[in-house]
Design a protein around this ligand. Structure first.
Ligand SMILES: O=C(O)c1ccccc1NCC(=O)[C@H](O)[C@H](O)COP(=O)(O)O
Length: 199
């Protein structure tokens, strides 16, 4: 099971995620969010991550990709939030020469062609837990690494994952007491709960 701690805004919280055992640290570099950080801060976070933890830059896929911003942010993966098939194709073409991988997040992938995508991971990000299993089932053929996000927290993770087979879980607000600041206890509890689950 892979774990992503998203919406990290500072190096201290990134360190906390690494120490807890996360595989991905997510930073919001190109989407409207209280957790939005400038490229310089993202670069600072990248500099303290060990090589086995990948920095993911989250961008709003409904807008044109800003290559300069992505490169200045030193991210290894760009997560297209609210991704469409067209934005995925465009991002692949744009980012491949720079060895930056593409990841996808959307509430549903039901309109996507049924083909295996060249992605780091695909996240079904839907707040309604009832909808997660159906959407995951539909998205299964599209990606090797398939995850869920939306409304997860240390207390509900095991319940939500009962009956939904995924390779990855993602959390942002579910490990915060204050917006944009990760809570150490909650981060540790979330990661250990996720890692205690079968792959
Ligand atoms: O976290 C944000 O503030 C955010 C804002 C705009 C676009 C994406 C954002 N987060 C990225 C994500 O990967 C997921 O939406 C998030 O981790 C799941 O959110 P939560 O329900 O708060 O755990």
């Amino acid at each position: 099971m892979k774990v992503k701690i998203c919406g990290v805004t500072n190096p201290k919280d990134a360190e906390l995620a690494v120490e807890a055992g996360a595989h991905y640290v997510g930073v919001i570099i190109g989407a409207k969010s209280p957790r939005l950080i400038p490229p310089e801060r993202s670069k600072e976070i990248a500099s303290i991550l060990p090589s086995h933890v990948k920095l993911v830059g989250v961008v709003d896929a409904r807008k044109e990709l800003d290559l300069d911003l992505i490169l200045r942010s030193s991210v290894r993966v760009v997560q297209l939030h609210w991704a469409s098939y067209q934005s995925y194709k465009r991002a692949l073409e744009l980012l491949k020469p720079y060895s930056v991988s593409v990841a996808l997040a959307s509430p549903s992938f039901k309109d996507w062609p049924l083909e295996r995508l060249e992605v780091e991971y695909l996240l079904v990000d839907v707040k309604d837990h009832e909808k997660k299993a159906e959407e995951v089932g539909r998205a299964r053929p599209l990606a090797k690494t398939l995850g869920i996000a939306g409304g997860l927290n240390p207390n509900n993770l095991r319940d939500v994952l009962r009956g939904v087979k995924v390779d990855m879980v993602d959390v942002s607000s579910g490990v915060e007491k204050v917006k944009g600041k990760k809570d150490p206890e909650m981060v540790r509890a979330f990661v250990s709960s996720a890692l205690g689950l079968p792959p």
